[in-house]
Ligand binder design. Structure first.
Ligand SMILES: *[C@@H]1O[C@H](CO)[C@@H](O)[C@H](O)[C@H]1NC(C)=O
Ligand SMILES: *[C@@H]1O[C@H](CO)[C@@H](O)[C@H](O)[C@H]1NC(C)=O
Ligand SMILES: *[C@@H]1O[C@H](CO)[C@@H](O)[C@H](O)[C@H]1NC(C)=O
Ligand SMILES: *[C@@H]1O[C@H](CO)[C@@H](O)[C@H](O)[C@H]1NC(C)=O
Length: 307
C-alpha cells in the first residue's frame, strides 16, 4: 500500500468510528428522575404505547421522549399569589352563592399516558382544571350553605371522590383534596345576620316574659311573707300575753302559799288562837301602811284627824 492509500484508509476508519459513535450517542435519550415519557418517532411521526420512567434509554436514532411529570402535582383554586386559578363561585343546594378555595393533588396514570397524549397533546393541564372546576361545582350544588360549615369534612371526601372519578377519564388519579377557605357572599352574610338578629329578638321577648312572670311571683311571695309575718307577730303576742298571765298567776299563788305557811308557823310558834291570829294579821297590815298610826289602849275612842 502506498502512503496515500494508508492515509485514505485511516481517514475512512476515523469517519466510521465517528459515525458509529454519533449513531450510538444519538440513539440514547434520557428522562429526569421525576419524569415519565413516551417515545416520538420523527420519521413516521408516531407515538409508541409504552411509558418510560426516569433515566437514560436506548431508543434508536430517530426517536425522542415527550416528557410529563411523573409525581404528584398540585392544582389550586384560590386567590393566593402562587395559585394559577381563581377561587370557585358555587351555588349551593339552597340557592346561596359561596366562594370556595380548594387544592388537590393528582398524578398522571402511567398506563394511560399515550392515551392522554393522543387526546390532549401536552395541554392536559387546562383540561384537568376545566374538568375539576366542573366536578367541584356539581358536588358543591348537592350541599346547603350551612353544611359548608357544619360537615365540611364529609364534603371534602365527596369532592375528592368525584374529582378522582372525573379525572380518571382523562388519565389522572386524584389522591388528596384540601378545603383552603370558604367565603360567604355578602347577600348570604346579610341573611345570616338577619336570622341571628331575629333569633335574638325572639329570645329577648321570651326572657322579658319570663322576667315579668318571675317579678309577679316575687310580689306574690313577698305579700304572702308579709301576711305570714303579721300573723306570726299576732300569734307571738297572744302567746306571750298568755305566758305572762300564767306566770303572774303562779307567782301570786306561790305568795299566798308562802303567806299561809308563815301564818301556820306563827300560830304554832306563838300558840295563837284564831282571834289572836286575826288581830296579829290586822296589826301587821297596819304596820305595812306607811302613814298609819296605831293608838294603843284607846278602844272605841273618837279620833279627829287634822287635814
Ligand atoms: C396501550 O397500553 C395499554 C396498557 O398498557 C392498553 O390498555 C391500551 O389499550 C394500549 N393502547 C393502544 C392504543 O394500543
Ligand atoms: C380513584 O379512582 C380509581 C379508579 O376508579 C380508584 O382505583 C382509586 O382508588 C381512586 N382513588 C381515590 C383516592 O378515591
Ligand atoms: C305562709 O304560711 C303558710 C302557712 O303556714 C305556709 O304554707 C306558706 O309557705 C308561708 N309562706 C311563705 C312565703 O313563707
Ligand atoms: C303619807 O303622808 C305623806 C305626807 O304626810 C303624803 O305625801 C303621802 O301621800 C301619804 N301616803 C299615803 C299612802 O297616803
Amino acid at each position: 500500500m502506498s502512503e496515500g492509500q494508508v492515509k485514505c484508509l485511516g481517514t475512512v476508519a476515523v469517519a466510521v468510528v465517528v459515525c458509529v459513535g454519533a449513531y450510538i450517542y444519538g440513539s440514547y435519550a434520557s428522562l429526569e428522575p421525576r419524569e415519565i415519557g413516551i417515545l416520538y418517532n420523527s420519521i413516521d411521526k408516531t407515538v409508541e404505547n409504552t411509558t418510560y420512567t426516569g433515566g437514560a434509554h436506548f431508543v434508536g436514532p430517530f426517536s425522542s421522549f415527550i416528557n410529563f411529570p411523573g409525581g404528584y402535582e398540585t392544582v389550586e383554586f384560590s386567590s393566593a399569589a402562587n395559585a394559577e386559578n381563581d377561587p370557585i363561585s358555587v351555588r349551593t343546594s339552597d340557592g346561596n352563592s359561596i366562594e370556595i378555595s380548594v387544592s388537590f393533588q393528582y398524578a398522571i396514570i402511567r398506563e394511560k399516558l399515550s392515551y392522554l397524549y393522543s387526546k390532549f397533546n401536552k395541554n392536559y393541564l387546562s383540561v384537568f382544571v376545566d374538568m375539576a372546576r366542573d366536578s367541584l361545582l356539581k358536588t358543591a350544588a348537592m350541599y346547603s350553605a350551612n353544611e359548608f360549615w357544619g360537615i365540611r369534612e364529609k364534603i371534602s371526601i365527596e369532592m375528592l371522590k368525584n374529582l378522582n372519578s372525573s379525572l380518571y377519564e382523562a388519565s389522572a388519579s386524584v389522591v388528596n383534596f384540601q378545603f383552603l377557605k370558604v367565603d360567604i357572599s355578602s347577600d348570604y352574610e346579610k341573611k345570616i345576620v338577619e336570622t341571628q338578629v331575629e333569633k335574638q329578638l325572639s329570645n329577648t321577648e321570651v326572657y322579658k316574659n319570663e322576667a315579668a312572670l318571675i317579678r309577679q311571683s316575687i310580689e306574690i311571695l313577698s305579700s304572702e311573707c308579709n301576711q305570714n309575718i303579721t300573723s306570726i307577730n299576732a300569734e307571738a303576742e297572744a302567746e306571750s300575753y298568755y305566758i305572762v298571765q300564767v306566770a303572774e298567776g303562779a307567782a301570786k299563788k306561790r305568795m299566798i302559799d308562802v303567806e299561809a305557811e308563815i301564818y301556820k308557823l306563827t300560830i304554832q310558834e306563838l300558840q295563837f288562837k284564831t282571834k289572836e291570829m286575826n288581830e296579829y294579821i290586822f296589826l301587821r297590815s297596819i304596820e305595812n301602811q306607811p302613814n298609819a298610826t296605831y293608838v294603843v289602849g284607846m278602844t272605841d275612842a273618837v279620833i279627829q284627824i287634822k287635814t
